[in-house]
Structures are given as structure tokens and as C-alpha cells.
Ligand binder design. Structure first.
Ligand SMILES: Cc1cc2nc3c(=O)[nH]c(=O)nc-3n(C[C@H](O)[C@H](O)[C@H](O)COP(=O)(O)OP(=O)(O)OC[C@H]3O[C@@H](n4cnc5c(N)ncnc54)[C@H](O)[C@@H]3O)c2cc1C
Length: 499
């Protein structure tokens, strides 16, 4: 793993759950303590719950019942399907701390102060050149995942193109104290001069954000000064802020780019290394965490030697379209936030549309990632109706087992697949036997029948997505095929007969 940011650390956790020796190379000797992202969306909260991480972040974190789209804080998260109808306000630095602790607990080696500087690969391995505190050394591995951020060295060395659009805005942020008159705190607002936000952080600390449009963007490597922050905030908002004690000053933009492929031989890309966009709607880190969870078990299965043919390539097939949509919606948001007068009627109309329940929920599911449906082939016979859950995340369900009440989230903690059997007498037990160690079989009854009224059984991948489901328990051919597709179950004579 190259990069010990949230995505690299989450991927490391997933690989360790899959039983793979994992090394994380991180060039920073100590965590930066900076928090670009301030919140976790519902799908990430679910994933943290499925890995037993939620209790650690949730204890004191504030929750926001509303999200925003194009700065319109109207997105009602409370109506989202599931147990987490909110955004959880956890600073990125805390998420990273938690994931690093977890990765180490699970047995990953995290090497801080080690930067990847070179990369070669052949048919069997990848060799990384690393600059560490004691000089340059080489690390050889079966695979290498680049989670090294938007300027990814891995992506460049692997020769993966990163097409898209360059930044058109000049955006600065500062986590600072504000002396004297402090305007009422506000979220990101559209003003004639651009976008301006004053977001309360800890105590008297505020995040000041100012975005100017249609100016020549200042290069990212030019450090932001307090004076620049003050001046930009004044130009955009008209406010004269007495900012001081900067904890963090930074600039960002709306460059929107996506790697053309997420895999190049034995090198894979995830998180910002694979996609960058304007941070509207709080989606970058969340998308990256989902990349990690999609990739982790597939790469682990490949390294451990049990992966069905083509499994690793489904990572690009499933995740590239997801980030493509994020790039689309963040560009749409920025277009709606442009201060020009000609945009105002369009924005007003969009705001009215957001008052329609269906539109509101559509946007809420989009920015939280709950709308994802991977294009899985579950083996449904041609012409037959595919179960509504196939390709979607498993709904959070309470279930009663012989050992007592538990939940789908808890049953996924080990990182195995799950065959959840609600049929009378647990008639599907034999199917999981051929995938012992990969798929956990659990006979249960739904805790709440109403939530599972069309479910007799379901097969869930380790990342929490439904690979097969049926309402009467009788679709054995479909189950066998899904077990072969995702968990390399051997073919049986019955499968051959069924063709
Ligand atoms: C202003 C702003 C606000 C944002 N708000 C949100 C939000 O609310 N919600 C959200 O989901 N997202 C948000 N994001 C986006 C989010 O911060 C990123 O998507 C997220 O940090 C990506 O994580 P990552 O692990 O892929 O990359 P990074 O966090 O960039 O981590 C990459 C790591 O790789 C290391 N590295 C780089 N090169 C090397 C090398 N050669 N060798 C070894 N290590 C290397 C770096 O030191 C770093 O630790 C925001 C972004 C910005 C700019």
C-alpha cells in the first residue's frame, strides 16, 4: 500500500481481514493532524458498523440530519433507508487515527517516513523503490495499491492517464481563530463575489472557506498566508475578519479527473489517486473508503489464490462508474453555485425541485452512496425477475439465530461472505460447504418480518453487497452460480446438467 491516508489505511484493514501480509508506506513521519473532510456519510457509517469501527467514532460525534447539494442545505438525510439517517461529523484526522490504530491491530505494518520513489513490475511481482530515514531501499510485493492522493506518484509511474478538467476556481481555506466581532456562523453560501463559509470547529476555532470564480487559479504549491485568507474572504464576503492562530491553511480547486483504469497489471489505484473533484457534498473520502472495501477482499482473494477468474477486474468495472458519477454531480453542483446572475433562475428552479420528496431522496441517496447498484450477474435465468436487492448493499436487518439476536452488520464483521438463510429448517446449509472459510452460513429468522417480507435467503459479499437473493428459497441454480462467480465454488454435476 502506498499512502497512509484514510483510503490506504482502510484498504490495509481489509487486506488483513482477508489474511494478506500488508505493508503501508507513508511519507509523513507523523500524521498531519489536518482534516479536509469533516464528515462521514450514511454508507460509510454502515461500512464502519460492519467492521466494528462505529462505536469508536460515534460516541461524541455530532450528527447532521441535513446534507447539502450545491450549497443548498435541504437534503433530508433522515428519510434515508437504514439506521443512519444523518451525516456523522468526524474530522478526517480522527478517521485516519482510528484506521491506523485498527490497521496495526489487525497486523498491518505501517512504515511512516517512507516515500515511494520508483516502481517496476513484471508478471510475478512489483518492486517499489522507497526513500526512508536510512536511505533508499527496495520492497517487493505481489501487488501494490496506490492510495497516495490526487498527485499520485504510483499512478504516474504506472503510466495510467488521468484525464479531466483543470481547476477554474481559486479556493482557500483556513482553520483559524477569529478575534473581535465574529459574524454568525454560516455554512458555504453563494454570494455575488463567490462562495463563502464559516464553519464552527472546536471551541473558538472556525474553518474559513472562500472560493473565487473565473480568476487565474494560484498554483497549489504556493503556500496560503493569513493575509491571503483575510483578503480573499474580504473580496468574496465583504467581511473584515480578524483571523489569527492558523492551525491549517490550504488551497484547493475544482480540477476534476479520473484514472482511465484502476488496474495496471499488478498495480491498483484507489481513493484520490483514482479520482479528484471539487469537495461539494462531502464525497471524496467517502467514495475512497468504498473503493477500499470493494477492492480489499477481491485483492486478498487473488493473493490467497482462491479468487474466481476475473474477480480483481470487477474492482474497476464496479467502482469506476461510481466515481464518474461523483465527478458529474460535483461539477453540476459547482455550476449551480456560480455567482453569475444568469445562474440564479436555474438555481432557484433547482431549489424548488429539491422540495419534491422524490428529488430530495434521489440526491440524498446519490451523495451518500446508498443508491449504488453494482451490475452483478446473479445467474437469474433469462426472462426471470431479478431480486430487487441484487447488486445493492444489504439492508440493515436484525436477525434471530440459535445464538440469539444479531444484525446483518455484525454478521459481516469477520470480512467473510455471508449466506443468510431464512428458510424453514435452514435448507441451504449444504451450499456454503463448498466455500468453507470464505462464506459464513447463518440460519436465522428476520427480527422484523416486515423489513424482510420478500426475502427467504441472501448471499452477501464481504463488502456488504448482495450477490444473490430470493423470496422463496428455491432458486438453487442462481445461488450455485453466485457462489461460483464470487467465491469460486466448484462446479457440481447439477450445474453442468442445468445448462
Ligand atoms: C477542502 C476539502 C474538504 C473536503 N471535505 C470532504 C468531506 O467533507 N467529505 C469527504 O468525503 N471528502 C472530503 N474531501 C476529500 C477528502 O479529503 C479526500 O478525498 C481524501 O483525503 C482522500 O483520501 P486518500 O487516502 O485517497 O488520499 P489522501 O488523504 O491525500 O492521502 C494520501 C496519503 O498518501 C501519502 N503519500 C503521497 N505520496 C506518497 C508517496 N510517494 N509515498 C508514500 N506516501 C505518499 C500522503 O502523505 C497522504 O498521507 C475534502 C477535500 C478538500 C480539499
Amino acid at each position: 500500500m502506498v499512502g497512509g491516508g484514510p483510503v490506504g489505511l482502510m484498504t490495509a484493514c481489509e487486506l488483513r481481514l482477508g489474511g494478506v501480509d500488508t505493508v503501508v508506506l507513508e511519507r509523513l513521519t507523523v500524521p498531519s493532524g489536518q482534516s479536509r473532510a469533516l464528515g462521514l456519510h450514511a454508507r460509510t457509517v454502515e461500512v464502519f458498523e460492519q467492521r466494528g469501527l462505529l462505536d469508536k467514532v460515534e460516541a461524541k460525534a455530532p450528527v447532521w440530519p441535513r446534507g447539502h447539494f450545491a450549497g443548498l442545505r435541504k437534503v433530508d438525510l433522515t428519510r434515508l433507508d437504514g439506521d443512519h439517517g444523518y451525516a456523522l461529523m468526524v474530522p478526517q484526522s480522527r478517521t485516519e487515527e482510528l484506521l491506523e490504530e485498527r490497521a496495526r491491530e489487525l497486523g498491518a505494518t505501517v512504515l511512516r517516513g517512507h516515500a515511494l520513489t520508483g516502481l517496476t513490475q513484471d508478471d510475478d511481482r512489483v518492486t517499489a523503490e522507497v526513500a526512508g530515514p536510512d536511505g533508499t531501499w527496495r520492497l517487493t510485493a505481489r501487488y501494490l495499491v496506490g492510495c497516495d492522493g490526487g498527485a499520485s506518484t504510483v499512478r504516474k509511474l504506472a503510466g495510467v492517464a488521468f484525464p479531466g478538467t483543470a481547476s477554474t476556481v481559486n479556493a482557500v481555506l483556513g482553520d483559524v481563530r477569529i478575534l473581535g466581532d465574529r459574524p454568525a456562523s454560516r455554512e458555504l453560501r453563494r454570494l455575488p463575489g463567490g462562495l463563502f463559509g464559516l464553519i464552527p470547529l472546536d471551541g473558538d476555532l472556525f474553518r474559513v472557506v472562500a472560493v473565487e470564480f473565473d480568476t487565474e487559479p494560484v498554483p497549489k504549491d504556493v503556500p496560503v498566508t493569513l493575509e491571503e485568507l483575510r483578503a480573499t474572504a474580504r473580496r468574496v464576503s465583504g467581511l473584515d475578519l480578524d483571523v489569527t492562530d492558523p492551525r491549517w491553511l490550504s488551497r484547493f480547486g475544482d480540477a476534476t479527473r479520473q484514472a482511465v483504469r484502476y488496474r495496471s497489471g499488478r498495480v491498483l489505484l484507489a481513493g484520490d489517486a483514482a479520482h479528484i473533484h471539487f469537495p461539494a457534498g462531502g464525497q471524496g473520502l467517502n467514495t475512497g473508503i468504498q473503493d477500499a472495501v470493494n477492492l480489499g477482499w477481491k485483492l486478498a482473494a487473488t493473493v490467497r489464490g482462491w479468487a474466481p477468474g476475473g474477480l480483481l477486474d470487477t474492482y474497476h468495472a464496479e467502482r469506476h462508474p461510481v466515481a464518474h458519477r461523483v465527478c458529474m454531480n460535483t461539477r453540476a453542483q459547482l455550476a449551480l453555485m456560480h455567482p453569475a446572475d444568469r445562474i440564479t433562475p436555474l438555481r432557484d428552479l433547482f431549489s424548488e425541485l429539491m422540495d419534491l420528496d422524490q428529488v430530495n431522496t434521489y440526491l440524498a441517496e446519490m451523495i451518500t452512496g446508498l443508491d449504488i447498484r453494482y451490475p452483478m450477474d446473479d445467474g437469474t435465468a433469462p426472462g426471470a425477475v431479478r431480486h430487487r436487492l441484487v447488486g445493492r448493499r444489504v439492508p440493515p436487518l436484525q436477525v434471530d439465530t440459535a445464538q440469539g439476536r444479531t444484525s446483518t452488520a455484525r454478521l459481516l464483521r469477520s470480512g467473510h461472505g455471508l449466506l443468510l438463510d431464512f428458510t424453514d429448517g435452514g435448507s441451504l446449509a449444504a451450499f456454503a460447504e463448498s466455500c468453507a472459510g470464505r462464506v459464513r452460513y447463518v440460519a436465522a429468522r428476520p427480527g422484523d418480518r416486515a423489513k424482510a417480507d420478500d426475502l427467504a435467503a441472501l448471499l452477501v459479499r464481504p463488502d456488504g453487497y448482495v450477490a444473490w437473493a430470493c423470496s422463496d428459497g428455491g432458486d438453487h441454480a442462481g445461488l450455485r452460480r453466485a457462489l461460483r462467480t464470487w467465491f469460486a465454488a466448484p462446479e457440481t454435476p447439477t450445474d453442468t446438467d442445468a445448462r
